[in-house]
Write a protein that binds this ligand. Structure first.
Ligand SMILES: *Cc1c(COP(=O)(O)O)cnc(C)c1O
Length: 354
């Protein structure tokens, strides 16, 4: 028998998601927080152009994309590090800090990848429960020990959509020892409209141990191409570059990301559309009688407890795939108007029946 690391026994085997289709053939994917819009024509063009060059390896340093990001955010070139999706960047930083005896602190429930990636890195996961569906930053500061190497702060939090604001974040960061790296996971930053939620880059600029994790998968609409990045000070960014698999960020992804940064005004309009739909969906749910935490991301969270899987089943019967966490709740992405309306009808039927 082949032998494997014991951590693998604790990890679920990958199960392919079943396609959700209603009896009349409708299918809406509100389960992965993707952009409901197809790629912009200028981005498709850049991908098509790059497609003629894929007999060559990609630029391993992704120099043009790194330069474009550095310029876009006004940070030094050396402070930008890439990966095949920000999930991969998270894995790279964990690979750089993780070993037996090292602790990694994060809130729970939060992004599903954290426990898996921390486990794989060899580090010990320290999970700090949410309070009122929000990161409990005081408890997280208290969970830091001399063994702590890294803390994830997911802002807005996936799957609850809640945020931590400037004053509490500053108070938290003041309590974190300077040899502990804080990764602000801002996968949904583009959707934030609460003026009291700081752009993580302002926090990173003043603090050598703070880094920001961002992705092209969500607001930029490139989930299928896999590109994400970290902006952090030189030692942190260098560690992420060292743990990058050679050529992991492929040529099409590099070209599409550069083209997307050039088309930010157009992408911004799409984000505004999603934000308007977010308000509409949340208000409709509230008027149906649901409790819905205020959300600054492109999804809403319903804490359904024991009824979570039943709710997901009701949505699936209407052709809507949501993301259920058994026994806890369901996360529903904001889609286009039609998808949202079908979801709202299913949610209302569930409420009436309960
Ligand atoms: C979706 C998501 C990511 C990243 O996704 P990639 O597609 O790997 O860039 C990272 N963090 C959070 C919290 C997310 O929800």
């Amino acid at each position: 028998m082949s032998r494997f690391r014991s951590i693998l026994d604790t990890m679920p085997a990958y199960k392919p998601g079943k396609a959700v289709v209603s009896p009349d053939g409708r299918s809406y994917k509100l389960s992965s927080n993707e952009s409901p819009f197809g790629p912009l024509p200028s981005v498709v063009e850049a991908i098509a152009r790059a497609a003629t060059e894929v007999h060559r390896y990609p630029d391993p340093g992704a120099v043009r994309l790194t330069e474009t990001l550095a310029e876009r955010f006004g940070v030094p070139y050396d402070h930008v590090a890439l990966g095949a999706g920000s999930v991969a960047v998270a894995q790279q930083i964990l690979e750089a800090v993780g070993e037996p005896g090292a602790d990694v602190v994060y809130a729970w429930r939060s992004f599903e990848a954290y426990p898996l990636l921390v486990g794989l890195s060899g580090a010990n996961a320290v999970e700090v429960p949410l309070r009122d569906e929000t990161h409990d930053l005081d408890a997280m500061a208290e969970a830091i020990t001399p063994e702590t190497r890294l803390v994830f702060v997911c802002n807005p939090n996936n799957p609850t959509g809640t945020v931590n604001r400037a004053d509490e974040l500053t108070r938290f960061l003041d309590r974190v020892p300077e040899n502990v790296t804080v990764v602000l996971d801002e996968a949904y930053r583009e959707y934030v409209r609460d003026a009291d939620v700081p752009d993580g880059l302002t926090l990173y600029r003043e603090r050598p141990n703070v880094a920001v994790l961002r992705t092209f998968s969500k607001a930029y609409g490139l989930a299928g191409l896999r590109v994400g990045y970290l902006i952090g000070h030189e030692p942190v960014a260098a560690a992420v570059r060292k743990t990058l698999l050679p050529f992991a960020v492929n040529h099409l992804a590099q070209a599409a990301a550069i083209a997307s940064l050039r088309a930010e005004d157009e992408l911004q309009e799409r984000v505004e559309t999603v934000i308007k739909e977010r308000s509409r969906v949340r208000e409709a749910l509230l008027s149906q009688g649901w409790t819905v935490p205020p959300t600054e991301a492109n999804f809403v969270w319903l804490r359904l407890g024991e009824r979570t899987m039943e709710f997901a089943g009701t949505c699936a019967a209407a052709g809507v795939a949501v993301r259920p966490f058994d026994g806890e709740g369901a996360r529903i992405s904001i889609g286009d108007r039609e998808a949202n309306d079908v979801f709202l009808t299913a949610a209302e039927a569930f409420r009436r029946a309960s």
